[in-house]
Design a protein around this ligand. Structure first.
Ligand SMILES: CC(C)(COP(=O)(O)OP(=O)(O)OC[C@H]1O[C@@H](n2cnc3c(N)ncnc32)[C@H](O)[C@@H]1OP(=O)(O)O)[C@@H](O)C(=O)NCCC(=O)NCCS
Length: 160
C-alpha cells in the first residue's frame, strides 16, 4: 500500500527527497516503516493522510532528542491534493503531538529550491534560520539544506 502510494507519484516526490526511491517498492517501504516502528534514531511517527479511503500524503516526526526536547517534522502529499491545505492540517496535528511529548524546538529541513516546502514552513510560522551549504548528497549531487525552526510559544500559537 505505502509502496504503491509512493510509486504513483514518484517523479514528483523524489525531486528533492531521498526516501521515495527505496520506498516505491514493497521491500524498501517495509524497511522504511519498520525503522519508525522500532523508533530507530529518534523516529517517533510516520502517519498517513487519507482521503476517501486512499493514502494521499503523510507526515513524519523523526530525529527526536529527548534531552534537548527537539524533533524534525517532514511531510509530503500526492500532486492530486497539493495546494489544498491538506498537508498543513496534518503538520498542525504533528506539532500538537510533538508538543504533547514536551518538544520545545521543531526543525524543518528542505532544499532551498523546494519553494512549496519553504512556503508551507513559513505559513506554519517557522522561521528560516539559515542554509547549510553542501550538507547532503542526493543521487550523487551535493546540495544545500534550508533550516527552519519553530520554538516554544510559537508551537503553541500554531496548535491553538
Ligand atoms: C511540500 C508540500 C508538502 C507542500 O504541499 P502544499 O499542498 O503546497 O501545502 P499546504 O497543505 O499548506 O497547501 C497550501 C495551499 O493550499 C491552499 N489552501 C486551500 N485551502 C486551504 C486551507 N483550508 N488551509 C490552508 N491552505 C489552503 C493554500 O492557499 C495554498 O495554496 P498555494 O500553494 O496555491 O498558495 C508538497 O508540495 C509536496 O508534497 N512536495 C513533494 C514532497 C516534498 O518536497 N516534501 C517536503 C520535503 S522538505
Amino acid at each position: 500500500m505505502f509502496a504503491a502510494h509512493v510509486a504513483s507519484d514518484l517523479a514528483r516526490l523524489r525531486e528533492y527527497l531521498p526516501w521515495p526511491d527505496p520506498t516505491s517498492e514493497p521491500t524498501g517501504a517495509a524497511a522504511w516503516l519498520s525503522r519508525y516502528d522500532r523508533g530507530e534514531g529518534g523516529r517517533k511517527l510516520a502517519a498517513g493522510v487519507w482521503h476517501d479511503g486512499a493514502l494521499v500524503g503523510g507526515i513524519v516526526l523523526f530525529f527526536h532528542d529527548e534531552a534537548s526536547a527537539q524533533i524534525e517534522l517532514g511531510c509530503w502529499a500526492l500532486g492530486s491534493v497539493e495546494g489544498k491545505g491538506v498537508v498543513r492540517a496534518a503538520c498542525v496535528e504533528g506539532l500538537r503531538l510533538a508538543r504533547s511529548w514536551g518538544v520545545e524546538r521543531v526543525e524543518w529541513h528542505c532544499d532551498p529550491r523546494n519553494t512549496r516546502s519553504g512556503a508551507l514552513a513559513a505559513r506554519l510560522g517557522f522561521q528560516h534560520e539559515g542554509t547549510l551549504r553542501s550538507s547532503y548528497v542526493l543521487r550523487g549531487e551535493r546540495l544545500d539544506t534550508a533550516v527552519y525552526g519553530l520554538i516554544g510559544a510559537e508551537i503553541d500559537a500554531v496548535i491553538a
